[in-house]
Design a protein around this ligand. Structure first.
Ligand code: NAD
Ligand code: USQ
Length: 382
């Protein structure tokens, strides 16, 4: 298939673009490289030395014999986006290209407004570009499990059947997002749902949990293909951060009591889930929602697992409970469904000692690049 990966220079997008290319899809990458720019402005950097996009793509062509076309542009620049979609004529668009950090969106008014404009307007532009230029194209959009929040009932996959005053309907699942970033994802979902209903577009919303890990078959082939791995307090995510902290002897930064439970998946499953979604497109007029995760853990449990794996490797790993910089429930019910992708054939990589060992070893390999001053959280929700 012809697949346009928007956000293809990022953590999930780069791994996905190479994976799909390796499996014979004709892949184009669309990215404005803004993430690299945000890192520079914040003074943070990925643990791994990521190469510039042209060098990455040239190396990929050299090792695989496969070409990936590059479109350097912004989803908020509608003329360029539309021209790309019109000329490339994708059969599927995989949309990763958003500002994805909850702390970044909570820095101040400017960052909150930027996040919502970047994400919501960019996504709306993509919907128009599809409608005007390739209405049969399947939009595979990265949403987030954080759209649901932590309700005191089971979380369904996008929709819930409710009986109320003797009447019954299946409705979008209630949203309780926990940051201005997560709210942008809810607005995206509403816009996609509406566009499917009125224009007959087809879309799949992948409500992804927190991704961990760095190596995929393709990104591990050569150092020029290496993926980014964020550890700083703004873009770093829980388990990746804990492994890097353990590697440099920094106490693991559990926020609050650590009882907050989230859903997680290995990056090798991210790429496979996208492949499954594009191979089984949604019907015209439908927004399908898949909860994209494989396991649920509390943050405290994750820290204990990293401590245990570190001890087995001779690392002395301490855990510290920091005052929580976020406003979030620390003790709560959390039980989410995730059968749609399993039914399509996903065979999960569950979190294992060997994965933790390999992540810890990877972090040790690059530990000289860690800026310890970027580890503690600096952004608060209040
Ligand atoms: P990332 O920051 O590594 O990559 C995002 C990419 O999108 C970057 O390369 C950036 O330059 C690009 N981008 C941002 N705004 C753009 C715009 N307006 N036009 C063009 N390109 C733009 O993020 P990631 O971790 O790869 O996340 C990708 C997607 O997956 C996001 O939508 C995020 O919400 C979702 N997601 C990520 C995780 C996770 O744990 N990383 C979990 C759940 C959902
Ligand atoms: N946390 C800690 N210590 C840390 C970092 C995080 O205890 O050092 C806690 C947070 O308080 C939170 C949980 O771990 O309760 C998850 O935080 P995170 O930073 O790992 O992930 P989050 O902010 O939720 O965002 C990430 C991605 C985002 C994606 C989301 C999926 O950055 O793009 O949407 O995961 S989900 O969490 O399911 O919404």
């Amino acid at each position: 298939m012809k697949v346009l990966v928007i956000g293809g220079d990022g953590y999930c997008g780069w791994a996905t673009a190479l994976y799909l290319s390796n499996r014979g899809h004709e892949v184009g990458v669309f990215d404005n490289m803004s993430r690299r720019h945000w890192d520079l402005k914040l003074g943070v950097d990925t643990l791994t030395p990521i190469a510039a996009m042209p060098a990455r793509l040239a190396k990929w062509q050299a090792v695989s014999g496969k070409q990936i076309e590059l479109f350097v542009g912004d989803t908020n620049d509608y003329p360029y986006l539309e021209q790309t979609v019109r000329t490339f004529q994708p059969e599927a668009i995989v949309h990763f290209g958003e500002q994805r950090s909850a702390p970044y969106s909570m820095i101040d008014r400017n960052h909150a407004v930027f996040t919502q404009v970047n994400n919501v307007v960019g996504n709306l532009n993509i919907l128009y570009a599809i409608k005007e230029n390739c209405p049969d194209c399947h939009l595979v959009k990265l949403g987030t499990m954080g759209e649901y929040g932590t309700p005191n009932i089971d979380i369904e996959e996008g929709y819930i059947t409710i009986e109320h005053n003797g009447r019954k309907d299946t409705l979008p699942y209630p949203k309780q997002p926990g940051s201005f970033y997560h709210i942008s994802k809810c607005q995206d979902t509403l816009n996609i749902h509406f566009a499917c209903r009125i224009w007959g577009l087809r879309a799949t919303d992948l409500n992804q949990g927190v991704v961990y890990g760095v190596l995929t078959e393709e990104t591990g082939t050569d150092e020029l293909l290496i993926n980014r791995l964020d550890y700083d307090g703004v873009f770093g995510t829980a388990l990746n951060r804990f492994c890097i902290q353990a590697a440099i002897g920094h106490p693991l930064t559990v926020y609050g009591s650590g009882g907050q439970t989230r859903s997680f998946l290995d990056i090798r499953d991210t790429v496979r889930c996208v492949e499954l979604a594009i191979a089984n497109p949604a019907e015209p007029g439908k927004l399908r929602v898949f909860n994209q995760f494989t396991e649920m853990f509390s943050v405290g449990q994750l820290a204990s697992l990293v401590q245990k794996a570190g001890a087995a490797m001779g690392l002395k790993v301490e855990i510290t409970n920091l005052p929580n910089p976020r406003v979030e429930a620390e003790e709560h019910y959390f039980n989410a469904k995730n059968t749609n992708l399993l039914d399509l054939g996903l065979q999960p990589h569950y979190l294992s000692d060997s994965l933790l060992d390999s992540l810890l070893n990877f972090a040790i390999q690059y530990k000289e690049r860690v800026d310890v001053g970027q580890i503690l959280p600096k952004v608060t929700w209040k």
